[in-house]
Design a protein. Structure first.
Length: 390
């Protein structure tokens, strides 16, 4: 049972990361192909992030108070809406305003799934099932890498209008896997949740109780701001140094593949190195990656910057998930994971709005410079607020 559940959980990470790659990784490529300007792309992505920021805490609150069966149902409902909207975008001709609306719905719902899927690994542990999150997330990175390079060549060979078909494909596969989860007995689940609901915290109570954690997230918003500018407008950055969509796909492939060894070995690494120290290392690597991207004048330098992904995002994702699981009480775990995801999403709001406008007004290099400065400030704030855990 434990082995089968690990396989299913790994598949859910694989298909979710593939969907995220097709959506967020190729958002600018798709929207530029549909005639959107940089500023309009930024506004669209920002609105997607704003909706996700609102949805994530609400969904997390419901999940913290619900059985695994209900969490499973919530995920499937969000996926069903996403699949229907994605199919509509591909098959039905739309003007820019309507297309932007559908993109906002698709992106925001998909992003809102992240804390639920991440927390599933620890929810099942409450019932005695051990999930290897590092391996599952590493396989997700592999899927992201393969999806990136495959879409890069497909888009070059066909055109960017085919991208929404990838949304439909990967979300449908994810829906099937979530449907196949063996849900814990409802009676046992309900009894456990009845005990946990007695100490549920409101938003204000959560912030007050975990104030240091919330300030740390503010620092990470600064770091992820620069990261999101690069991700959301990567095609513009690559084009600025003489590359194209295939080069972008290759660069993302390099970064995602290098995440694999870190995520696969994370459990053993975490046993030997304090989780707090791992996060500090990842924050420094984030800043170094942003600075090197700023300094890049050709594709080899872009590839060099992408190598730092193995110490930045690859290390931060599992380390932060375990960090939250240790400093946040079990009955607020989904909420804690949600705030972690929300900080990334909030950074995406600022990056999308500022990035699109800055690219149109002052250019790629100046936008990356601003991002690098904010990133360094975030590293300092992160170092000051991280708590040491066992």
């Amino acid at each position: 049972m434990n082995r089968v559940l690990n396989i299913k959980y790994s598949l859910s990470q694989i298909f979710y990361c593939a969907a995220i790659c097709a959506m967020m990784g190729y958002a600018s490529v798709y929207l530029l192909g549909e005639g959107f300007s940089n500023s309009l792309i930024g506004i669209t992505l920002a609105l997607s992030s704003i909706v996700a920021v609102i949805l994530q805490p609400l969904i997390a609150t419901i999940a913290d108070k619900s059985s695994t069966a209900k969490i499973n149902l919530v995920i499937r409902i969000l996926l069903a809406v996403t699949i229907i909207c994605s199919a509509a975008v591909y098959f039905i001709p739309m003007n820019k305003q309507i297309l932007a609306f559908f993109v906002i719905v698709i992106f925001s719902l998909t992003t809102s799934l992240m804390p639920l899927i991440n927390s599933f690994a620890f929810v099942f542990e409450k019932f005695g099932y051990k999930i290897n999150f590092g391996v599952a997330r590493g396989l997700g990175s592999a899927a992201y890498a393969l999806t990136s390079i495959a879409l890069g060549y497909v888009v070059s060979a066909v055109n960017s209008s085919i991208i929404p078909l990838a949304y439909v494909l990967f979300n449908t596969l994810l829906y099937i896997i979530i449907q196949l989860y063996t849900v814990v007995d409802d009676n046992t689940d309900s009894e456990l949740n009845e005990v946990e609901q007695k100490s549920q915290l409101s938003f204000g109570q959560f912030v007050h109780k975990y104030i240091k954690f919330m300030i740390f997230l503010l620092g990470f918003v600064c770091i992820y701001f620069a990261h999101s500018i690069i991700n959301n407008f990567f095609i513009q950055i690559v084009t600025n140094v003489g590359g194209n969509s295939s080069d972008m796909g290759n660069a993302v492939f390099v970064a995602a593949m290098l995440e694999l060894p870190i995520m696969f070995m994370f459990n053993k690494l975490n046993e030997k190195v304090n989780c707090t120290l791992l996060i500090k290392i990842s924050l420094v690597c984030f800043a170094l990656k942003h600075i090197l991207t700023l300094a890049a004048t050709n594709m080899p330098m872009i590839y060099m910057a992408q190598v730092l992904q193995m110490g930045a995002y690859a290390l931060f994702v599992p380390a932060s998930v375990y960090y939250v699981n240790q400093i946040i009480e079990k009955n607020d775990m989904v909420k804690g994971q949600s705030f972690l995801t929300t900080s990334m999403t909030l950074a995406g709001v600022f990056a999308s709005l500022a990035g699109g406008i800055l690219l149109d007004m002052i250019g790629v290099h100046e936008s990356l410079l601003l991002g690098a400065i904010v990133s360094v400030a975030g590293v300092i704030l992160g170092f000051l607020t991280l708590e040491k855990v066992k």
